[in-house]
Write a protein that binds this ligand. Structure first.
Ligand code: FAD
Length: 288
């Protein structure tokens, strides 16, 4: 199933998950699959599976998990592909593997640059990867976008111009980086409209529930943490349960506002956490 067809019925609610690490213990792997059972039971429109972004670092596990999601739950799966991990030849092989596994969707990304800052020769930008996948396959291609502006971009206008190149190269839908200030998202949508980007765009939302995640947020360049969010997290920092509940409430509040503005969809960064995702989904169930 090509997940771009989900947008016939809006808003689209989908999930991102991390595959378990290659060296995960049997217990951790079993826990992961139990979590996945719960996530799948929430009936997302599709599930996207990361590659090398804090989870497993080999494309075999991303591919195997996509196949599992499709076969075991009958849910559309999206395999993330970071350009930095491929060259023209290995991409061809991987696309053939995806075809054989009947995975029909990919999220084409550049990936994080190595320490020397040098981009991949074959695919310096995600739009180059999108163009290559388009040439070599009939996969549905998704792309990433940045409401708070990508940290390497010259400015917000140039960033959206590059996004338009990615769409023109063949990306049929976009998923945004997580953000905590809805007004930034609405301004970003206006810039997209002005640039002539007409594909569906889903808002990426993550419920931040502990201090470890706040520290992680600070390392993701270009994600702005608004004062009201920081104040809330500071206020509850000594109470783990309250902090979790406040994080969930903040995410639900964002989603309610986004849905009432008529956004195309929400992509939940689940962090493989079924309890938090379940609570968010149950809070917004009647709004979809
Ligand atoms: P690009 O679209 O190439 O943009 C990167 C920068 O280059 C931007 O500043 C853009 O404005 C600029 N640019 C684009 N084209 C040009 C051009 N022609 N000339 C000059 N500048 C240009 N990373 C992983 O490693 N694995 C994952 O699984 C993963 N999943 C992600 C999922 C989502 C939804 C998001 C939002 C990000 C994910 N990432 C993942 C992180 C992503 O790889 C990084 O954010 C990376 O820094 C940029 O990737 P991109 O695909 O947006 O790059």
């Amino acid at each position: 199933m090509k997940v771009v067809n989900c947008f016939e019925h809006r808003p689209v609610i989908s999930f991102e998950i991390f595959p378990p690490r290659a060296k995960a213990s049997e217990k951790a792997t079993n826990r992961f699959y139990a979590s996945l059972d719960t996530l799948a039971s929430l009936e997302p429109a599709y599930i996207s599976v990361t590659y090398g972004a804090g989870g497993s670092n080999d494309h075999a596990s991303t591919l195997a998990l996509c196949r599992y999601i499709k076969v075991h739950y009958g849910i559309g799966a999206v395999a993330h592909i970071p350009a930095v991990a491929f060259n023209a030849q290995s991409l061809k092989t991987y696309l053939a593997d995806l075809k054989q596994a009947h995975v029909e969707n990919v999220l084409a990304l550049r990936g994080d640059l190595p320490a020397d800052g040098r981009p991949n020769n074959d695919f310096p930008f995600a739009s180059d990867l999108v163009a290559a996948i388009k040439r070599e396959s009939d996969l549905n291609i998704l792309g990433a976008c940045y409401p708070d502006v990508h940290p390497e971009a010259e400015n917000c206008v140039v960033d959206v111009q590059h996004l338009k190149e990615k769409v023109d190269a063949g990306a049929s839908q976009l998923i945004s980086q997580l953000f905590f200030e809805n007004e930034h998202y609405f301004s970003f949508l206006e810039r997209c409209e002005l640039a002539g980007i007409k594909v569906p765009i889903q808002a990426g939302i993550m419920s931040v529930i502990n201090e470890r995640q706040i520290a992680k947020m600070a390392t993701i360049g270009g994600v702005e943490l608004p004062p009201k969010f920081l104040k809330m997290m500071h206020h509850y920092q000594d109470n783990k349960i309250a902090m979790r509940d406040a994080g969930i409430a903040y995410a639900v509040d964002q989603i309610v506002d986004l849905l009432s503005e008529g956004v195309d969809g929400i992509h939940l960064y689940t962090m493989d956490n079924p309890v938090v995702t379940q609570r968010i989904c149950s809070a917004i169930k009647t709004l979809i």
